[in-house]
Design a protein around this ligand. Structure first.
Ligand code: HEM
Length: 235
């Protein structure tokens, strides 16, 4: 049974340099917002730079699995955990800066009773707690504690969390996406959905998916597709 953070401690140079790279990426996003897009607006630049850098790294984490399945020579799955963990750490910064500068840590002022299509902050809030559970279980210790089957079941929820996050950042303030940071994130989101669908289709056609996996996959595609349709076309 591995100890908590045993893998990260053993591989501390890789973990620290990856985290440093993520911090530099966030700083670049901050400088872009603060000096180019919304000059001298410190609070909003914090909110947006954490949001864009976090959501971008999480999107890259979701690209690596299907990429390796579709083209084995592009196998960077070993970096998936660090992209996911660093991405969510930045999203903690995003939600904390939103709660500090926009909602004054008053949960009621988020407007919890509204429909998420009228108040897309709620989509972010739902995505946040699913991603938080995955963040807490992103260690070898948690995989051993939960058992691989349960761990995989929990981490399959990423598809629901990511769809909720996309609905959140596309609907909450669309004008904030009209720049390089927003377009990069939107482009990656389209790529994530396309590659995940292609990899699922390949698994099905190569008959490497059990009937249950096929059923769950098709139900997820239809359910999340309906949610996106509701969010973008019906609203
Ligand atoms: C507690 C959970 C969350 C809250 C309260 C929250 C709140 C907000 C708010 C108020 C905005 C609009 C900010 C503005 O005026 O520009 C926003 C934007 C955004 N959020 Fe969230 N969010 C949460 C979770 C998430 C999650 C989980 C993600 C992605 C994984 C995310 C990604 C984004 C992105 C990319 C934007 C657009 C950039 C921006 O406008 O800042 N948020 N969020």
């Amino acid at each position: 049974m591995p100890k908590l953070f045993e893998g990260a401690i053993q591989d501390w140079k890789y973990v620290l340099s990856f985290a440093a790279g993520a911090a530099v990426f966030w700083l670049l996003q901050f400088a872009y917002q603060f000096y180019v897009i919304i000059p001298n607006q410190f609070n909003l630049s914090l909110i947006r730079s954490f949001a864009f850098s976090g959501a971008t790294l999480i999107s890259i984490a979701l690209l690596l699995g299907p990429l390796a399945r579709l083209s084995p020579k592009w196998n960077f799955v070993m970096h998936r955990r660090m992209f996911g963990v660093c991405g969510f750490a930045l999203i903690i910064g995003h939600s904390a800066s939103v709660m500090t500068f926009l909602f004054n840590w008053n949960i009621q002022s988020i407007g919890l009773n509204a429909s998420p299509f009228d108040n897309p902050v709620l989509f972010g809030l739902w995505a946040y707690w699913i991603l938080f559970a995955m963040f807490l279980t992103s260690t070898d210790w948690a995989v051993a504690k939960l058992g691989t089957k349960n761990w995989k079941r929990l981490h399959r929820l990423v598809f629901i969390a990511y769809t909720l996050a996309v609905l959140h950042f596309v609907l909450v303030n669309p004008s904030a996406l009209n720049n390089l940071a927003g377009q990069l994130l939107l482009g990656l989101a389209v790529l994530v959905f396309a590659l995940q669908l292609l990899a699922f289709a390949k698994t099905v056609f190569q008959k490497r998916a059990s009937l249950i996996e096929m059923g769950v996959g098709i139900a997820l595609i239809l359910g999340l597709g309906a949610l996106l349709y509701l969010g973008f076309w019906l609203k």
